[in-house]
Design a protein around this ligand. Sequence first.
Ligand code: PLP
Length: 442
Amino acid sequence: MTMEHLLELDKKHFIHPTSSIQQQQEKGAKIIVEKGEGIYLTDKNGSVYMDVMSSLWNVNVGHGREELAEAAAEQMKKLAFSSAFSTFSHEPAIKLAEKIASLAPKGLNAVFFTSGGSESNDTAFKLVRHYWRIQDQPNRRKIISLKRGYHGVAAASTSATGIPEFWNMAGQMMTDFHHADTPYENGTDKAIVSLRQLIEAEGPETIAAFIAEPVQGAGGVLIPPSDFFKEVRNVCDEYGILLIADEVITGFGRTGKMFGVENWGVTPDLMSFAKGVTSGYVPLGGVIVSNHIHDVLKEKSKGTLFHGYTYSGHPTAAAVALKNLEIIEKEELVENSRKMGEELLKGFQKLKEEIDIVGNVRTIGLLGAVELVQDPKTNKRFSPDYQVAAKVIEALHQRGVICRAVTYEGTDIICFSPPLIINPSQIDSLLERLKGAIKEVK
Ligand code: PLP
């Protein structure tokens, strides 16, 4: 099909996710991606781009892995789909649940599968409410999350998301969801005070769980201070609140550890995951729960648990996930993520010395951010009208780099989340292009 025809049909029939419909109608799709290989994407015109966001923070093993296509084909030929409801089960889902339990922090051993991150968080919220209800504490229904947190767009995950733009479309969706301050602006102590105040104001006996990302991704790659999660764990224990780690981005090596929480030395009660578990080759997500929660469910959850997606434990998705996790382990991609993240940070720091609009720079594994500020000494931000981050993204695009900016609440943050297979010369090439792009805009 010609490019023109595709663009016309795109406008006419395709409502894009998280996009401006008006802009689509005015400008049309910018890139029609045709193929992917390694860290690169090629569009319909033959232009090649470094995909330094791993598309949506998810293509951890890189594009074009034949092993994954083969795993899917093999499983599809044998058994493409079969239910896991009720008393049915199948080998791929059983093996994947066992594999994820073996990788997860000690004490988290039972997995509920979903089709993605939003469903995983909605599932976690339903599980914690159920957990309290069957233990005669039905009032524990409220969920606390962090401002600037992103937890998805299903009903409950939209409510937990702490970026209010996501409530514009249909409201916050559900009540009983509350947001405490992120430690991003003012550090651990103030954030913990905000959390405590919220718990006290709402009534500790009404709170089911606290959820947070080990590193806030869509909020702008906000790496918490190293003591934040330990303090959160203490507060949760003090008030008997369950702790949910949203590992949808941070899981499976993204932060230089298998799971993000390992950076902070805490064990959550539940973890939601998606994205990197299949590197995006097929949709799959899930929730891992602690032995204690699983024991309570086994003992007290009477009758059918009326919660399950058609694709919970999809055999083909599970087979692809198993192969993907095998690749991550065999190619030592968690270690590569840690090492390359350090290289990226060194490069960012050099940029900061060389260019006077580079403010805070950070990485944790292969999650990174470069903040642009008018004056790094005072951290004075650019006027939103200047749209500095958008200009840098465009200049990067011109240099063959696909990247993402977060401009929420007046920040200008360029985010990085490259595939975990990235190598030193590709990091150098990225840094060179980034330098050119920022200098052009400055
Ligand atoms: N949680 C986090 C931390 C995410 O970053 C995302 C997606 O970006 C989600 C949940 C939602 O996942 P999905 O888009 O697969 O529903």
